[in-house]
Write a protein of this length. Structure first.
Length: 393
């Protein structure tokens, strides 16, 4: 498959024109490296374009290694330290340090396309790769639908399996397997959760209801909104906790505190002799439908506080503060924001993103076993890992 055609020969070939691939391509181009960026779909940066409701939550100002999941949680430190949240575009801050584009996500895509043009990066779309090998001369040779290409360095930025409808594939994992690299089993992350049929039936009248809550699993806790759906649970807090529900340890039971800002126990103490009912007070704190759901299961909510025993009041508090649900599964890659797992970070140099036992081969972005929280952290990992690889490839 080797070729000596200079027009098809590059210093660096990058496979995957998402966030990580675009960043790596521009950084390689800045260094004067003859760079080719290949994309198998028709569009550049499609996941950037659709994220954040079309405005792309492109980073988070609170980024630290603590917001990432990986078999090796220290791996991200070097890259994150070397590429901080960017201020290259006009943006605004929403809650929890999330930075969004002022206008549209196309700003970011266009910025990278302009920089790629400025630094003479070639971009080819609708390019499928049928063969890939490393020659005895240490170069990489690709056989593609657009002809053969060769390069000194090869960067895999193919992403994970999430959102297959925009072109997600397992290509990156196949390349890892080809070079005998270890893969942490991929799984959907930041994904809506499913409930068992019995619980779904009970919650049927609450579909579409959203409320702030603490959601916890083991020792991990998130405070954001939850959303009850016709299939289970969604909303930011649910997506966050979903990344920690590993299939091998199923079944999982999550705990929900529906009164994160209110001390119901203290209210009952202060109003111990009141003729008020718990129901009337709870309706000032929560959506009526949600309160009615609990009232149907506990008639004490409709009795006067003064008529209730301390034990009865404790049970009411527990109903709302320790609401437990067993999870039946998740919505899968179709609804997952990202893919957890991927190329084992032990195979890579954290300083360069180069495969330790295959010189010249790099893996960056979502294809690597690094998964961030919701809120711009995954894009920040894409920028940071792409930036690092772009300094060395």
């Amino acid at each position: 498959m080797q070729s000596s055609d200079f027009s098809n020969s590059y210093d660096v070939i990058i496979i995957g024109a998402g966030a990580a691939g675009l960043m790596a391509a521009v950084e390689c181009g800045k260094r004067g490296r003859r760079t080719l960026l290949l994309e198998h779909t028709t569009k550049i940066g499609e996941k950037i374009r659709i994220s954040g409701g079309g405005r792309c939550n492109f980073t988070n100002i609170h980024t630290t290694p603590a917001q990432y999941l990986s078999d090796n949680p220290h791996f991200v430190r070097s890259a994150l330290a070397r590429y901080k949240p960017s201020d290259n575009i006009s943006y605004h801050e929403k809650t929890l340090g999330q930075l969004f584009c002022d206008h549209s996500a196309q700003q970011i895509i266009q910025m990278f396309l302009d920089l790629a043009h400025q630094y003479h990066v070639e971009i080819k779309t609708q390019c499928t790769i049928s063969e890939l090998e490393k020659g005895a001369d240490r170069k990489f040779y690709l056989k593609t639908s657009l002809g053969p290409f060769e390069s000194q360095s090869l960067v895999i930025a193919t992403g994970g399996l999430s959102i297959p409808q925009i072109g997600a594939s397992d290509f990156g994992y196949k390349i890892a397997e080809q070079f005998n690299l270890n893969i942490i089993p991929p799984r959907p992350a930041l994904v809506p959760l499913l409930l068992h049929e019995e619980e779904l039936s009970a919650l049927k009248g609450l579909s579409g209801l959203s409320a702030p809550a603490y959601v916890s699993f083991n020792k991990r806790v998130f405070l954001e909104n939850i959303l009850i759906t016709h299939r289970g649970l969604s909303g930011p807090a649910i997506l966050q906790i979903s990344s920690y529900l590993e299939p091998e340890s199923a079944p999982h039971t999550i705990q929900i505190d529906l009164l994160p800002y209110d001390n119901l126990e203290e209210f009952f103490k202060i109003n111990r002799k009141s003729k008020k009912t718990p129901l009337s007070h709870l309706r000032t704190l929560l959506p009526n439908r949600l309160v009615d759901y609990f009232a149907e299961r506990n008639s004490d909510l409709t009795r006067s506080i003064t008529d209730l025993s301390n034990e009865a009041l404790r049970k009411i508090v527990a109903q709302f503060k320790v609401f437990c649900l067993e999870i039946a599964g998740n919505e899968g890659y179709r609804k997952a924001e990202v893919t957890a797992g991927g190329l084992d970070t032990k195979e890579l140099s954290s300083k360069t993103m180069e495969v330790i036992k295959v010189p010249g081969l790099y893996f960056i972005g979502e294809v690597v076993d690094v998964t961030g929280w919701l809120g711009g952290y995954n894009f920040q990992w894409a920028w940071a890992s792409g930036f690092v690889a772009g300094q060395f490839a």
